[in-house]
Ligand binder design. Structure first.
Ligand code: SAM
Length: 208
């Protein structure tokens, strides 16, 4: 495996020592996208919040720290990220405010209609079955709850060398995500577009 394809696979599923470093690096590089997503979620005190694909879990800790009484759950299929996020959130886990689990977005291990807010940042590119993922997210979201999916624009992803190396299974236009969300039953969907000299990305906000 060449270096670029190695880095691409580490972005999809960080593993081992390098994966741990990647998790830390991604939480820094992607801070604007994550902060904007959290802002759009509008998290209230006592909300049940779920993040899928949390990297090192920095933003789970941030929510638990900033919003009183929240219960923040994280699901990620990488064992390395689960270990990193568990370490970072140790105090909140002991207080019963944070729960970290290993699992796949295609099979979310929670009961129906648990969460007030759900978010996922920079994971859509790796979803093998976007329709199934969106149905799973809807199943665990409460009616009237809010989902935010954040991802880089297709144009930006196409410029990335890693795209050639299987980084992306799926690099949708925001409208494609909007249409898919409507197809699986979300009634209200809006697209927020952000662009500055260093980054271009979308936050798709959905409710049902
Ligand atoms: C590119 S990183 C993004 C990390 C963080 N959200 C950020 O924006 O910096 C992708 C993360 O999603 C996780 N992931 C990718 N596909 C997943 C899936 N199908 N189910 C659960 N987690 C997944 C990876 O393990 C990794 O932690």
């Amino acid at each position: 495996m060449g270096l670029k394809s190695y880095l691409a696979s580490q972005s999809r599923k960080p593993e081992g020592f390098i994966g741990k470093l990647m998790g830390k690096l991604m939480s820094k590089i992607n801070s604007e996208m994550n902060e904007k997503t959290i802002q759009l979620l509008g998290i209230d005190e006592q909300d049940y919040v779920l993040e899928i694909g949390f990297g090192n879990g920095k933003y789970i800790a941030e929510i638990a720290q900033k919003v009183k009484g929240t219960h923040v759950f994280g699901l990620d299929f990488s064992e390395t990220m689960v270990l990193a996020a568990t370490k970072l959130n140790k105090a909140f886990i002991e207080q019963g405010r944070v729960r970290i689990a290993q699992g796949d977005i295609g099979e979310i291990p929670y009961n129906d209609m648990i969460f007030d807010k759900i978010f996922t940042v920079n994971t859509i590119y790796f979803w093998p079955d976007p329709n199934l993922a969106l149905r799973e997210l809807k199943r665990v979201l409460k009616p009237g709850g809010r989902l935010v999916i954040t991802f880089r624009s297709k144009a930006i992803m196409a410029q990335r060398a890693s795209a050639e190396y299987g980084f992306s299974l799926y690099t949708p236009e925001a409208e494609e995500v909007e249409n898919l969300l409507k197809e699986v039953g979300y009634s209200s969907v809006s697209i927020e577009h952000f662009s500055n000299k260093s980054i271009e990305y979308y936050c798709v906000v959905a409710e049902y």
